[in-house]
Design a protein around this ligand. Structure first.
Ligand code: TRP
Length: 445
């Protein structure tokens, strides 16, 4: 087998990881949930979840990845714990699962990029979304999006993912920043800021039981945790850089882009008198898209906005495909382009139901958020903090220049508080999945 690839530079790794983290989750969920769940007060809860739970978990994944230099399944075996490969296998499965519907949404974004040029959705945004979001149209664009993802992953770590994300991530920040400035100039924007950011502790208190698990789940999804994406990316690190420093940078940039996205979409909606009190697909593809129709330069703004959403979605999707491709390449004598195409094709097929019916897409998404990701996170944390333990601290601190106290704090935080928080989140998720009047586990047949 040829030598395993590595990132060319430390910045290359960080940008690739930020590219993975910053995605649809930041743009179509984060701003709307923040506004709905109490603005600045929700932000505080989210930042505590991201730093207190997300950061220890991303560090656990980095440790497993860099120490083993292997994919998310073989890593556990290399570290001496063959049975723990089951956690990696679950992650691999979750990669297939999430990318299958993520790519369908990526297809919608492609469609809206075209629709912005022609103004196709300007007149009746809701009807347009209904037409293109499910059926043959959605299926074809799902295929096109998958083909783009396969193309980047097939080109390799340094020549594909690193080169692409080095271009993509700075573009996301610059373009969103420019759009935020534009949104600032719109009349009515200030009410948008007030809605987005002013603290509403009442909303926080009444919905606390919904908000905390959502904040934790969002931290996992948004930081690409729980299925080995960060294990896989860290496995291509060649050197002793501070994983701790990298982790903080990634968590910070990811939250920053979420807030920046909010500073674009929320004022935009307020300027048009549109109620932003929805989230998910409807919010971005109906409300935000609808707002473009009424702007003087709506077509240009629409093209720029959906271009940035597309870039964010692509740079995340490649990390999902890379998890499964890395596993295949590490274990079998296969070429990267072939395996990317084959596995990408299987993932495309798994996404067919989601492309034909948005109810399936929602079902896949719910199971990922409430079941597969928290279980994966739990497995990774128990492994890194309790099973692997002390050697994990050594790996974490290597090249960091920080004292052992930081490593010990990480270990005990991960062993106790973080695991308790994850178990609680999982328990609440399982409750809505299996109990109650409409258990979410029932597929939309
Ligand atoms: N983090 C991405 C987003 O916010 C989605 C994503 C990419 C992801 N890779 C992942 C989620 C791995 C969970 C696991 O859109």
């Amino acid at each position: 087998m040829s030598e395993r690839e590595t990132w060319a530079t430390r910045a290359g790794f960080i940008l690739a990881a930020v590219g993975s983290a910053v995605g649809l989750g930041n743009i179509w969920q984060f701003p709307f949930k923040t506004a709905q769940f109490g603005g600045a007060s929700f932000l505080i809860v989210y930042l505590i979840a991201a730093l207190g739970i997300g950061l220890p978990t991303i560090l656990a994944e980095f440790v497993i990845g860099r120490k083993s230099n292997l994919n998310t399944i073989s890593a556990f075996e290399k570290l001496g714990y063959k049975n723990w490969r089951i956690v990696g296998a679950l992650g691999l499965f979750t990669g297939f699962w999430i990318l299958s519907y993520y790519s369908v949404v990526g297809g919608w974004v492609l469609r809206y990029l075209g629709g912005s040029v022609t103004g196709a959705y300007f007149g009746a945004p809701a009807e347009y979304f209904g037409q293109i979001s499910a059926g043959m149209d959605a299926l074809v664009l799902h295929a096109v999006f998958m083909a783009l993802v396969i193309g980047i992953v097939a080109a390799g770590i340094e020549d594909g993912i690193e080169k692409a994300t080095k271009l993509m991530v700075p573009s996301i920040v610059v373009i969103l920043g420019a759009l935020a400035v534009f949104a600032f100039t719109l009349p009515g924007a200030s009410e948008g800021y007030a809605y987005f950011l002013s603290p509403d502790f009442g909303a926080l208190a009444t919905n606390f039981g919904d908000i905390v698990p959502f904040a934790v789940g969002q931290a996992f999804f948004s930081l690409s945790l729980g299925m080995g994406a960060m294990i896989t990316y860290a496995s291509y690190i060649d050197g002793d850089q501070s994983l701790f420093g990298d982790g903080i940078t990634i968590v910070f940039l990811n939250s920053f882009v979420g807030i920046l996205a909010g500073l674009v979409v929320i004022p935009l909606l307020f300027a048009q008198g549109i109620d932003p009190n929805t989230s998910g697909a409807g919010a971005v593809f109906i409300s935000v898209a609808g707002a473009f129709g009424n702007l003087p330069a709506g077509r240009i703004i629409g093209v720029v906005f959906f271009a940035v959403v597309l870039i964010a979605a692509l740079s995340s999707a490649i990390s999902l495909l890379e998890v499964v491709v890395a596993w295949a390449i590490d274990n079998y004598d296969v070429s990267r382009p072939q395996v990317a195409t084959l596995l990408g094709g299987i993932i495309f097929t798994l996404g067919v139901p989601s492309a034909l019916d948005t109810a399936w897409l929602g079902w896949f998404d719910t199971l990922a958020y409430k079941f597969f990701l928290p279980i994966g996170v739990l497995g990774i944390l128990i492994f890194a903090a309790w099973v692997y333990g002390a050697p994990a601290i050594d790996e974490l601190m290597k090249g960091s220049g920080l004292g052992d106290g930081v490593g010990l704090t990480w270990l005990w935080l991960a062993r106790t508080l973080v695991i308790v928080a994850v178990v609680a989140t999982l328990a609440l998720g399982l409750q809505t999945l299996f109990l109650g009047e409409n258990p979410a586990i029932i597929p939309p047949l």
